[in-house]
Design a binder for this molecule. Structure first.
Ligand code: TXA
Ligand code: MG
Length: 318
């Protein structure tokens, strides 16, 4: 069983951070909080340690990891090109929930980038992640600390049942404030391209670097998930989740209840940032409650809700 260290999110006890940093340097796996979700970290220079991340998550070796750094200065250890667009985005959004894809440094082992020539890098803002990365002194490769295809963890309690036996330490700093994974932007193409929506929205990015492209494998913002089975199943609860329009929600619930299904309803706040912070915790809770089916109303079709719509669409499956 992993050590579980409970720390204050704003003023973490340096003893636990030093212990965790030491484990990372020794090639161990440490779960730590970030402002988005909990990450499953390993020393990015240590090929064997990074391989263990893939093993414990059950993650396909073809899916590359994000490398986390303590400060902007450290980026030169990870990437070989730092274009003006990267500098502008980092200046505005780092530390924070933005991941940049850039040409990788030769020193990064191929296992981190799934053999590819680019690396995803981010400088997280959470005080615990910041302190841990500073103490560790090495870049830390970290996916979300969930088993592959399961719901991302925003609390240490979400990590324990699935990965508690498989990792070396868990730093528990309470709920992650952001709640959905970082925005991922590919800066190796022109114009830059959004690969994953997050709390740093398209208008926020475009204000800094002008027009960006949007990855087309994610269906257009206005397209409801008519065939969720065709979409990559990701971030998904075990209980089937169905998305319906807000207007149809009550009728759909009545119909399904009449047919004998026990339906759980995802209820999110009206404010997109508060909704994001609660999304995965709600899904974890509903999933554990033993419903036959979960219903979620489609959030508004605006950029503020883009990331939440994306995660809900991926969570919905037949
Ligand atoms: O908020 C976050 O980003 C969290 C916390 C822990 O930092 N991490 C996270 O990692 O969500 P993960 O592994 O669950 O998601 C990483 C995403 C995946 O969609 C992956 O395909 C993409 O980033 N990615 C990583 N490296 C890439 C690369 N070189 N090119 C394109 N996409 C990449
Ligand atoms: Mg993930």
């Amino acid at each position: 069983m992993a050590h579980v260290w409970r720390v204050d999110p704003l003023q973490p006890d340096p003893r636990w951070l030093e212990a965790a940093a030491q484990l990372l340097r020794q090639g161990k796996l440490v779960v730590f909080p970030t402002e988005t979700v909990y990450g499953l970290g390993a020393n990015a220079w240590d090929e064997t340690a990074v391989q263990r991340i893939f093993a414990v998550k059950g993650r396909p070796a073809t899916n590359p990891l994000i490398v986390h750094i303590a400060s902007r200065e450290q980026v030169t250890e990870v990437v070989v090109d730092w274009p003006a667009v990267a500098a502008r985005l980092a200046q505005r959004f780092w530390p924070g929930p933005l991941t940049l894809v850039l040409p990788k440094h030769a020193r990064i082992p191929p296992v981190v980038t799934a053999g590819g020539p680019t690396v995803a890098v981010r400088c997280p803002a959470h005080p615990v992640a910041q302190a841990l990365l500073q103490q560790a002194g090495v870049p830390v490769a970290a996916p979300s600390a969930n088993r592959s295809t399961e719901i991302s963890p925003t609390r240490a309690e979400h990590v324990l049942p699935s990965l508690g036996q498989l990792v070396d330490a868990i730093i528990d700093a309470g709920p992650c404030p952001g709640g959905v994974e970082s925005t991922v932007v590919d800066l190796t193409v022109d114009p830059p391209r959004l690969l994953r929506p997050g709390l740093i929205t398209v208008p926020m990015l475009e204000e800094v670097i002008g027009p960006i492209g949007i990855q087309t494998s994610v269906p257009a913002l206005s397209t409801p998930a008519r065939s969720p089975g065709l979409l990559p199943r990701h971030y998904a609860p075990r209980t089937p989740l169905r998305l319906v329009s807000l207007e149809q929600l009550a009728a759909e619930q009545q119909r399904l209840t009449a047919e004998g299904y026990r339906c759980g309803i995802l209820q999110l706040p009206d404010d997109p940032q508060r909704a994001a912070a609660l999304l995965y915790a709600q899904l974890h809770q509903l999933d554990a409650a033993g419903y036959d089916l979960l219903l979620a109303p489609w959030p508004p079709d605006t950029w503020d809700w883009h990331a939440i719509r994306d995660r809900l669409r991926r969570a919905a499956h037949d």
